[in-house]
Design a protein around this ligand. Structure first.
Ligand code: FAQ
Length: 309
């Protein structure tokens, strides 16, 4: 690659300029940004599933409407993100194929089950909270189309956060049974939540280059720390506990915690989590069932739709 072009590219990033689709960029930048946006997009559509299963069983009409709208938003986020990734030259069809074949990754957390209503409320509050921490940072990053998508996504996620907080507080201040249900859900979700921000910085493969090129604006550990700082006090405030005896803020203001099980994390992101197969099977079925619609839209002359004169 031309060293002059690379130097100019890096200087632009240093000056805080946005990189746009037609601008020159190193191939590795293109590859990394596609990887990250694509995984993010997949996380949004797969992320719709664990909560989506609760739409029909949400307790009451108001919760049902709110959850329905939230899940619809997540799918909308995926659309925005797929469009942003497409600007770098990978087609949506290829991304979808790579998702359902298991080649592309998506967030580990969505491979865990939501056995109770309370589990879905923990996702709506704390996973959305984690997503906002990560995305608010990266919205100031270098790739224009991704940053613009993130800005809009964050605005919507803020509503999800309010909805999730309300739903969790409702259970946490409810009957003994409701309090027990939300505590158990939180205990189940805490270990995955701790891994949501990615592996510890010292073992993270891509952080260094992504920080250099301002695709990531905070490291995995920085996001994790910020999340703990913002949300652990809120969890404790409503009388819930967290299942980590080592969790505390030390004198330097740094959160200490039990190191997450990175071996389990590795298993889950490589297809062997509790729900990976189920999640991909749903997507595969959606692909197959929707194929005739896409065919009809793309090639009206060969399918069921008669073109208008
Ligand atoms: N899950 O070198 P690093 C949401 C992989 S959106 C699965 O540290 P990087 C909204 C990583 O890909 C949630 N895989 O990676 C919502 C890499 O594998 P590869 C998603 C993970 O990229 C809420 C390997 O490990 N958010 O929740 C994870 O520098 C509620 C090495 O890791 C985004 O995608 C993980 N947690 O940092 C929806 C935001 N962590 O590709 C519904 C954009 C790492 O070499 C309901 N992405 N890996 O095979 C990012 O900010 C970054 O990609 C990180 C990972 C921070 C996720």
């Amino acid at each position: 690659e031309d060293p002059m072009k690379l130097a100019e590219f890096e200087a632009r990033i240093q000056r805080g300029e946005k990189i746009e689709p037609d601008d020159w960029m190193p191939e590795l930048y293109r590859k990394q940004v596609i990887r990250m946006i694509e995984q993010h997009a997949h996380s949004e559509i797969i992320g719709a599933l664990p909560e989506g299963t609760w739409i029909t069983r949400a307790p009451g009409f108001r919760r049902k409407m709110a959850l329905l709208a939230k899940v619809q938003d997540e799918v909308g986020h995926a659309q925005l993100l797929y469009s942003a990734a497409e600007t770098l030259g990978k087609t949506r069809e290829q991304m979808m194929l790579d998702l359902i074949s298991g080649k592309s990754k998506y967030s580990n957390v969505f491979n865990y089950p939501t056995p109770t209503w309370a589990d879905s409320t923990v996702i709506s509050w704390l996973i959305d909270a984690g997503a906002i921490v990560n995305q608010m940072a990266n919205a100031r990053g270098s790739y224009g189309p991704y940053c613009r998508a993130l800005e809009r996504i964050c605005a919507e996620e803020s509503f999800h956060l309010k909805y999730g907080h309300d739903a969790v507080v409702y259970l946490a201040t409810g009957s003994h049974k409701q309090r027990q249900m939300i505590q158990e859900a939180l205990n189940r979700w805490w270990p995955p939540i701790m891994t949501f921000f990615g592996p510890a910085d010292k073992i993270s493969a891509h952080t260094e280059i992504l920080m250099r090129w301002k695709v990531k604006m905070a490291t995995n550990d920085e996001c994790r720390q910020q999340f703990l700082d913002m949300y652990v006090p809120k969890v404790w405030e409503i009388g819930l506990t967290l299942p980590d005896p080592n969790l505390r803020k030390n004198e330097e203001g740094v959160w200490e915690y039990t190191e997450p099980d990175w071996e389990e994390f590795k298993q889950v992101i490589n297809g062997n989590g509790p729900c990976n197969k189920e999640r991909l099977a749903v997507r595969r079925q959606a692909e197959e069932k929707g194929a005739w619609v896409r065919r009809a839209l793309l090639k009206p002359e060969t399918t069921y739709v008669k073109p208008l004169a």
